[in-house]
Design a protein around this ligand. Structure first.
Ligand SMILES: [Zn+2]
Ligand SMILES: [Zn+2]
Length: 237
């Protein structure tokens, strides 16, 4: 152990001593997201749209989401739960905007379960990238943290360099449907040839209309990806 890594380990221990882990929602000591709070997250259940993963009122009913916001480049989107007020939404907010990178470890198993239940067969995991200016501002990419955890759990490689967001975009939540499409259209580029011929799994924290995932899917397919599917923690209502 080098002096630096010894110092880092010691300071982590010291911080644990000063600030022992507690649930960010209910403050129960022990973990950052306790089992009781995790159990409150209600997974999206069948019937759901086979393409965009949005819940349907009845099996084989027409999907209104797909009619309003068609997704062309991603063959299937699946999300853990709806983005309604509650544990998941609060946890994502802290994970993304309150420097709680540590929550990635608690949230990633939800993605792993969703991946397994939906039998999504991918060969490589790709997180939705941030623009470099946003990355600098936040200090981390929340989707990349999730993708790395998932990569370990599923024993699949993760590629964090091929797909880049080369143009700055506005937060999708702040725009209407038409603006969302033009906001992200052409914002992503896929470099290199490591993606070619691969079944890619895109990872993001929240799927709003699917426009961001679709724009990433277009770049990946143009780079030769054989198929693109996507997995997110939450799905906007
Ligand atoms: Zn809790
Ligand atoms: Zn749909």
């Amino acid at each position: 152990m080098t002096l630096m890594s010894f110092a880092a380990a010691a300071s982590t221990k010291f911080l644990d001593f000063l600030y022992p882990p507690e649930c960010v929602i209910c403050h129960t000591p022990g973990t950052f997201l306790c089992a009781d709070c995790l159990a409150e997250i209600e997974p999206i259940a069948e019937p759901l749209c086979p393409t965009c993963g949005y819940p349907l009122p009845a099996p084989h009913a027409e999907c209104r989401q797909c009619r309003r916001y068609p997704v062309r480049w991603v063959s299937a989107i699946r999300s853990v739960a709806l983005f309604t007020p509650g544990v998941l939404r609060e946890a994502i907010h802290k994970f993304k905007y309150q420097n709680m990178e540590i929550l990635g470890k608690s949230l990633a198993p939800l993605l792993t379960t969703c991946y397994t239940i939906n039998q999504m067969n991918a060969q490589v995991i790709v997180p939705v990238p941030l623009h470099k200016s946003r990355y600098k501002q936040r200090g981390y990419n929340q989707s990349e943290i999730l993708a790395r955890q998932l990569s370990t759990q599923l024993e699949l490689p993760v590629d964090t360099t091929s797909l880049v967001r080369h143009r700055r975009t506005k937060p999708q939540m702040s725009l209407n449907a038409t603006q969302r499409q033009s906001n992200v259209a052409g914002a992503f580029l896929c470099n290199g040839n490591t993606i070619s011929g691969k079944a890619v799994l895109l990872i993001d924290d929240v799927c709003t209309t699917g426009a961001t995932l679709d724009a990433c899917g277009a770049a990946l397919r143009h780079a030769g990806a054989s198929v693109v599917t996507a997995l997110t923690l939450a799905r906007a209502v």
